[in-house]
Design a protein around this ligand. Structure first.
Ligand code: CP3
Length: 360
């Protein structure tokens, strides 16, 4: 981070491992189908329409800020739209999830992929939404998180044509055409670095890179060989934005230190490992984000609060912990549990001794 001025918000202070008056909390997918306000908008507009309409995307981004006392907003968008500018036909199919109608089938398909700057594509609508939301949040001192997908996770959609449990096509291409894999990953690094830098320029005060699937697909050796060089390059390029960067992945307990070594100021960890174990492996010179099981939000309060207690206890009140889940909120989540979680984390960790003045 290049910022010399000390941030004042809880979330940005925690990113910099500074003392906070309470543990900051926000949730991945905090804007989404579990909220009736969101479902009402989605009844009338498709996913890509909403992402392409800055006013609607801004409105959805602000819904959880109005409903709960969360310490950060995340811009409403998705990791997949950057693929459209590269030449892929993306559709969000109701009840099925994302679908790429022209997935990569041969190395030639990789060679013809474009790498336009974000401003020259429909991603400019997301940059406009960031401008609208950051202007709105400035007076409330709530930071806005921009985000993008990491190269492996995006490549898996571009090659499989959608979600997968086995990653057969992705790994087969990786193993049999390593030079083509390199060209694909390098193109994705170019597009994603430009997009993330543009988001910071538009007003995002932090950035998160989602490598949601690398850990579920790859061994440590394959991660080192086929993912790490590209993630490392991407984090190095994005560090120029001068805002904190969160490095998020799932299923990476077996090699979380290698994931952390790729870069980022904050390491996002899932619930498959304990927070204290993860933090000691990563090193306490990085901040950490996590790591409730998102299904715990469907449990009775007794169970949920015990799990929150456990995560907080494992963080030991050390500066640099941002409470979040290990993955996104499920649509079945009762909004009341989100409200209780956020308020409980604040009240449980609030300490006037940890900071002289109140923060948000
Ligand atoms: O966190 C937020 O509140 C910001 C919004 C956000 C969305 N997607 C909105 C969305 C973010 C950060 C994402 C990231 C994303 N998208 C990831 C990485 C994080 C993760 O969850 O692993 C991935 C892999 C995707 C790809 C994607 N988009 C899938 C697999 C799906 C279908 C599954 C599902 O949950 O429906 C989507 C659609 C999507 N992206 C929805 C939302 C709110 C659901 C759309 C709807 O039906 O309303």
């Amino acid at each position: 981070m290049t910022d010399i001025q000390e941030p004042t918000s809880r979330f940005l202070r925690a990113c910099a491992r500074l003392e906070t008056d309470a543990t900051p909390v926000w949730l991945m997918r905090q804007a989404g189908r579990y909220m009736p306000e969101y479902r009402r908008i989605r009844e009338r507009h498709s996913m890509l329409d909403v992402i392409g309409a800055p006013e609607l995307a801004a409105e959805i981004t602000l819904q959880p800020i109005e409903a709960f006392d969360v310490d950060a907003a995340i811009i409403f968008a998705d990791i997949l739209p950057p693929l459209i500018g590269m030449g892929f036909e993306l559709e969000f199919v109701k009840g099925q999830g994302p679908c790429i109608h022209n997935p990569i089938q041969r190395t030639y398909d990789i060679d013809i992929l474009a790498t336009p700057p974000a401003t020259a594509t429909r991603l400019s609508a997301t940059l406009d939404a960031i401008r609208l939301v950051s202007a709105e949040l400035r007076s409330k001192e709530i930071p806005l998180i921009g985000f993008a997908g990491a190269p492996f996770t995006l490549a898996s959609y571009a090659i499989e044509g959608g979600g997968t449990k086995s990653y057969v096509k992705t790994k087969a291409l990786m193993y049999s055409e390593p030079a083509a894999w390199k060209r694909l990953m390098e193109k994705l690094v170019t597009v994603q670095a430009d997009y993330l830098l543009a988001q910071a320029e538009a007003g995002a005060s932090a950035l998160q890179l989602f490598d949601s699937w690398a850990g579920l697909a790859l061994s440590q050796q394959d991660y080192e060989r086929y993912v790490r060089p590209y993630n490392q390059k991407l984090f190095a390029m994005v560090a120029r934005a001068g805002v904190p960067v969160i490095n998020f992945s799932t299923g990476t307990a077996a090699y979380i230190e290698d994931v952390a070594a790729c870069g980022g100021d904050v390491i996002g960890v899932d619930w498959r490992m304990t927070l204290d174990w993860a933090w000691s492996r990563i090193g306490h010179d990085k901040a950490i984000q996590g790591n409730l099981d998102p299904v715990a939000l469907l449990a009775p309060w007794r169970e949920l609060s015990a799990r929150i207690d456990d995560v907080l206890q494992r963080a030991e009140g050390r500066p640099g912990h941002i409470l979040n889940q290990g993955h996104g909120v499920f649509p079945e989540t009762p909004p009341d549990n989100v409200r209780r979680l956020v308020d409980y984390v604040h009240s449980k960790t609030l300490s006037p001794l940890r900071s002289q003045r109140p923060q948000r």
